[in-house]
Design a protein around this ligand. Structure first.
Ligand code: HEM
Length: 481
């Protein structure tokens, strides 16, 4: 039997279909508290969407450690083979708003939250191992160029190529995005990457650099441009639905968790700057090592509670895992929690999906919607046996030096890895890449930007640049000079 309908305050609700009126044809009465509350509540249903990665799909799952990593990190979840750690995951588009079609070409977000015994650990990555820029100062400008024009409110090829043409560090990621992986066939068919270099520290204080790779056991599959465009109109929520249906049908998607481990000193002297997120680390130099596997086996109980209110942050680190000096990562350590305080409110970490599984003990209190507080001491130092610091959680020291200044970002070789990626592509994929560039870069209004961007492709690989120039009808002498 159905339960009784009540108001939010638990009072029985007599009529949910007919407003209280003065007479059969009379006006609605102010006294109709249930009507007024219902309309007021409805007006407040929407919260700000994420400023980027607004549209996404989420699921819950579990990570199993298959290879003990205590040699490299003391992080609890990576110690003791067989250990299981609960997790929540959110995949997303980057540029589109809530409601935007899922399958239009874009980088895809790959955000993981592990509820470890030492608190929450998040890896907030993408389906690409690199990024467009490597200085956080450029992020708001980059995203403006990806979103909508201030006057027309339209998305604009002119804006995005204007930014990329003047940001040569982007050419590696642009080559990725415009290739086949810019249109994943499903969230289950894409690999994920932590992208940045992170630091692992073992129980003896030894430090290692680490890169994360999440390899889809379903295989990597992509849509053609035509399939993606057609699907966008047939089912704008295609990727959300695909993930939901797989899990609902018991066809649980799985990823192998692998790492590249780079010894500390070697990493500082590696041929590419390890802290430049526009670069990858060669698998030949540092092969992938398998660590474990995660499976997504539970759909959200409620999308808003479990996905929209989920708050991931690269600053959610645990003992044994630390940030590297990567400048972009350093900017991100601030940006996410600030965004989440704005988007969800000061106490967003107390929402069930964001709450760690271990007990939270500190001296922060109150704020909007605070809950679960007791009368325990709320200042330190104190004589009341309040919670004490854990010095084992200190970061491992490493040397930094130099003058404070605005430095050029990293080594200016933005081209050789983009060229290498181009040459990993099969001839068919190269052809599709050139077609995609023709239908995007080829449509912009600025001849100067077409030339600037094509020069980047030429610097990456002469064949690449020459083919793009030809497809765009550019004079090769403009590109090579
Ligand atoms: C979401 C900022 C670079 C992956 C977000 C959000 C902000 C943000 C403010 C929304 C957070 C929220 O409201 O919950 C930045 C800044 C960056 C940067 C300032 C550079 C300085 C990156 C990079 C990656 C990335 C390099 C991947 C390697 C993601 C993902 C999400 C996200 C996956 C969605 C998380 C979710 O599913 O809730 N970013 N981002 N971002 N970002 Fe970044």
């Amino acid at each position: 039997m159905s339960e009784k309908l009540t108001t939010n305050e638990g009072q029985p609700w007599a009529d949910n279909n007919h407003s209280l009126t003065a007479g059969n044809r009379g006006p609605v009465l102010m006294q109709d508290y249930q009507l007024i509350e219902k309309l007021a509540q409805f007006n407040r249903e929407r919260i700000p969407e994420r400023v980027v990665h607004a549209k996404g799909a989420g699921a819950k799952g579990v990570f199993t450690l298959t290879h003990d990593m205590s040699k490299y990190t003391k992080a609890d979840m990576f110690n003791e083979t067989g250990k299981k750690t609960d997790m929540t995951v959110r995949f997303s588009e980057v540029a589109g708003e809530l409601g935007y079609p899922d399958t239009l070409r874009d980088v895809r977000g790959f955000a993981l939250k592990f509820y470890t015994n030492d608190g929450n650990y998040d890896i907030v990555g993408n389906n690409t191992p690199i990024f467009f820029i490597n200085d956080p100062l450029k992020f708001p400008d980059f995203i403006h160029s990806q979103k909508r024009e201030p006057d027309s409110h339209l998305r604009s090829q002119d804006m995005q190529w204007d930014f990329w043409a003047h940001s040569p560090e982007s050419v590696h990621q642009v080559t990725y995005l415009m290739g086949d992986r810019g249109n994943p066939a499903s969230y289950a068919n894409m690999n994920g990457y932590g992208s940045h270099t992170f630091k692992w520290v073992n129980a003896n204080g030894e430090q290692f650099w680490v890169k994360y790779h999440f390899i889809a056991e379903q295989g990597v599959k992509n849509m053609t441009e035509e399939q993606a465009t057609k699907t966008a109109s047939e089912n704008p929520d295609y990727l959300i639905q695909d993930l939901y249906d797989r899990i609902d049908n018991g066809d649980f998607p799985k990823w192998k968790v692998c790492v590249q481990i780079i010894p500390f000193e070697e990493g500082l002297n590696y041929k590419y700057d390890l802290f430049d997120v526009t670069k990858t680390v060669s698998h030949k130099d540092y092969p992938l090592q398998e660590v474990g596997e995660f499976v997504l086996n539970q759909n959200p109980d409620n999308y808003f509670d479990d996905v929209e209110e989920a708050a991931f942050s690269p600053a959610n680190l645990v003992p044994g895992i630390e940030a590297s000096p990567d400048k972009l990562l350093q900017g991100r350590l601030f940006a996410y929690k600030d965004a989440e305080r704005y988007r969800l409110g000061a106490n967003y970490e107390k929402l069930p999906i964001n709450r760690p599984k271990n007990k939270v003990n500190n001296y922060s209190r109150d704020g909007f919607m605070s809950q679960g507080q007791d009368g325990s001491v709320n200042y330190e130092p104190n004589s009341q046996d309040g919670p004490k610091e854990d010095h084992n959680a200190k970061i491992a020291p490493y040397e930094v030096n130099g003058n404070a200044d605005h430095y050029d970002t990293y080594a200016p070789d933005y081209y050789s890895q983009a060229g290498a990626l181009y040459n990993v592509y099969s001839e068919d994929e190269k052809q599709r890449l050139i077609e995609t560039l023709k239908s995007t870069l080829g449509t912009i209004s600025s001849h100067e930007n077409k030339v600037l961007e094509t020069k980047q492709f030429y610097n990456a690989d002469h064949d690449y640049g020459t083919r793009v120039a030809k497809a765009l009808g550019l004079d090769l002498s403009e590109i090579t000079k």
